[in-house]
Write a protein that binds this ligand. Structure first.
Ligand SMILES: [Zn+2]
Ligand SMILES: [Zn+2]
Length: 661
């Protein structure tokens, strides 16, 4: 029999966030602490409590003299150490993120705070000396670049930065150094381990050893927790990492950098599916920190930050642009194939073959081939503009070869379709064609070594000797001294993917590959094989990422699509989805599209092939941006109702999903 416990004399009430992910219980709960627990149970510290009969984890949010709760309060069972792992800043940000994405606070905290590792907690930290920049790059390739560096010491610039090919890791590291040497903290986000490694290297050369930590998902639990503690204790002020690093509890945060924010790896695959760039925007706004959204491409989201006046743009000077970008030409899809028999077998147009052939005299040549596995979309037969639904603007696709085209969003059959670009009434399926093999491409350039890099095995870097380097998008190795040339093949394939972001994604992938090629001043050349008149193709040829983002945003504004509007995807078992949306009190402006059949969402990132028996239904809800908070609140209330009723059946609610195919 346990002795009766007495509450602490000062502030005996601990307000807790309890790790129970039920929407109707998404609020703080009050518990009592004893005198013995009182000193350790400070805000941010982990505890164990009884909740609905179970022993569960919780974190102290705050301490109070009394409670507004009427009933008798339970005591905290145990206090787990005395390490504060949740600052008031992160707790408030997590609450905002939960509300914005119709999720629960415990779900968001699971993304933000790594699991406890008690032995690591007991080990003492080691404060690092103050940062002193060793060497920094200038930002004089950009209009206002050096003014930005000066401002980073004590200001909070918010910038959409269209970066040139070349030393982008060094330029971003310089921005971080300007912040860190002024005694402020910084977070640098990159989509994957390869880019994190580049930034890690650049930060080390600018800041010296021991001034920053890398936070990625593949660290073991002890190491991840050790680095997290180094940040939360204030021993280290600069963090570089993948999407979860946006939550790093950096002290005196002065800057967040998001590199290549169009990469869908920034979309969290766990509920409530927040996007790291959008979390970075909220966090920078909340604490008054600077934000650099940087990339070779500019997303519609970044452009909206500029158009709304919240951020400004940072673009290359005309001289730096013409020097540092490669010369880019288009080879139309109907252009003549090269006469050379081997090149003809590889279906290489003359211009592409000659460019590669010449480039191979001086160094490596990159060949980007689209990844397979896209569901083929539909395009205008006359002008090849991707076909969109007349009713809702969604992408069209043929569910089966013998079936009529149907909208992937609203499910309406496209019976009287007309091209918005040219007025033609003829649709054509995008022919994916036979895959060009590495062997085939290699035979077109006899005597040249062929290297490949793809999803299965990614090569990080190649040396400067002549070689044909065949890679899928995102797997392109860097080349010492830069590629002499690049061929971007089958450009209509990524463009025809039936997805809202197909064009933006194609431009991003092409710019990323072209950025690995020497500047035009050094003879670098790129050939894109695609229909020349399409807007994404023009964006690449003119190296006009901001112009493209502006057009993209304008189009999404007309269709109330993110980021101009907000959209929710509600996916689940067929009757569940319809019942859920019927019960939700949606804003008056809400437009409900669907249902359509979709593949069962995979547990992790990316989609799995559709098993017909497992197909789910999806409905989309879109509203103007001003009603976004109301939409999220309505969906959250609907989820709370379901959770209170213990309703069964699969249901997933995703706000502003990165990919809507
Ligand atoms: Zn057309
Ligand atoms: Zn439609």
């Amino acid at each position: 029999v346990r002795a009766a416990r007495e509450p602490a004399t000062v502030d005996p009430v601990a307000r807790l966030v309890v790790d129970v992910s039920l929407a109707h219980l998404d609020r703080p709960f009050d518990y009592l602490v004893t005198e013995a627990q009182s000193a350790a149970a400070q805000p941010g510290v982990r505890v164990r409590v009884r909740f609905a009969g179970q022993l569960v984890d919780a974190v102290v949010l705050s301490r109070h003299a009394g409670s507004e709760h009427d009933g008798r309060l339970s005591f905290v069972e145990r206090v787990l150490g005395s390490e504060p792992v949740l600052s008031t800043e992160i707790a408030a940000l997590a609450r905002e993120v939960a509300d914005r994405w119709a999720g629960t606070l415990p779900d968001v905290l699971r993304l933000a705070v790594p699991p406890r590792h008690a032995a690591t907690e007991r080990a003492a930290g080691r404060p690092r000396p103050a940062a002193r920049a060793v060497t920094t790059a200038t930002l004089d390739r950009y209009d206002g670049g050096d003014a930005l560096l000066a401002e980073l010491a004590d200001g909070a610039p918010r910038v959409s930065w269209a970066m040139l090919p070349g030393d982008w890791p060094g330029e971003l590291a310089s921005a971080v150094a300007a912040t860190a040497t002024a005694g402020r903290g910084a977070i640098v986000l990159a989509p994957d381990a390869r880019d994190v490694a580049r930034l890690d290297h650049a930060l080390r050369s600018v800041l010296g050893d021991g001034q920053h930590v890398v936070l990625t998902a593949d660290l073991g639990p002890a190491e991840r927790y050790r680095r997290f503690l180094a940040v939360s204790r204030g021993d280290v002020a600069v963090v570089v990492g993948t999407r979860a690093a946006v939550w790093a509890p950096v002290h005196r945060l002065g800057l967040i950098v998001v590199w290549d924010d169009g990469d869908d790896l920034y979309a969290e695959p766990r509920a409530p599916y927040p996007h790291a760039r959008d979390v970075a925007v909220l966090r920078a706004h909340r604490v008054g920190a600077g934000l650099l959204v940087a990339g070779h491409a500019v997303t519609a989201e970044a452009e909206l930050l500029v158009e709304s006046g919240w951020a400004r743009q940072l673009d290359p000077t005309p001289a730096a642009l013409s020097r540092d970008r490669p010369a880019i030409r288009v080879s139309g899809t109907d252009d003549e194939l090269e006469q050379d028999a081997a090149a003809r077998a590889a279906r290489l147009p003359t211009r592409a073959w000659r460019t590669a052939h010449d480039g191979l005299r001086d160094g490596p040549v990159l060949v980007q081939v689209p990844r397979r596995g896209y569901q083929p979309g539909l395009a205008c037969a006359a002008c090849r503009t991707p076909a969109r639904c007349a009713h809702c603007g969604g992408p069209l696709a043929r569910p089966a070869a013998d079936r009529a085209p149907v909208c992937r969003w609203c499910g309406v059959a496209a019976t009287a379709w007309r091209c918005r670009a040219c007025g033609s009434e003829a649709l054509r399926a995008v022919v994916v064609g036979v895959r060009r093999t590495a062997e085939e491409l290699g035979r077109a350039f006899p005597g040249v070594p062929v290297r490949t890099s793809g999803a299965g095995s990614v090569t990080a870097n190649v040396d400067g000797r002549p070689a044909l380097v065949i890679a899928t998008p995102g797997a392109e190795p860097t080349a010492d001294g830069g590629y002499t040339a690049a061929l971007l093949l089958d450009g209509w394939i990524p463009l025809s993917r039936p997805d809202l972001r197909a064009g933006e994604e194609a431009v991003r992938r092409w710019l990323a590959a072209a950025a690995l090629v020497r500047g035009s001043g050094a003879g670098g050349r790129v050939v894109l094989v695609a229909p020349a008149e399409l807007r994404p193709v023009q964006a690449l040829v003119g190296w006009r990422p901001r112009w493209y983002a502006g057009r993209e945003l304008e189009e999404r504004r007309l269709l109330h699509l993110p980021p101009a509007g907000r959209m929710a995807a509600v996916t689940g078992d067929a009757p569940v989805v319809a019942d859920f949306l019927r019960a939700v009190d949606l804003p008056g402006t809400a437009e409900v599209l669907g249902p359509v059949a979709v593949a069962r969402p995979a547990a992790g990132a990316g989609a799995t092939p559709v098993d017909r028996a497992e197909a789910l239904e999806r409905m989309l809800v879109r509203v103007p941006r001003t009603d976004g908070a109301d939409l999220a609140a309505a969906l959250k209330a609907g989820l709370a109702g379901r959770s209170a009723r213990k309703a069964t059946g699969l249901l997933r609610v995703e706000l502003d999903p990165a990919v809507v195919g």
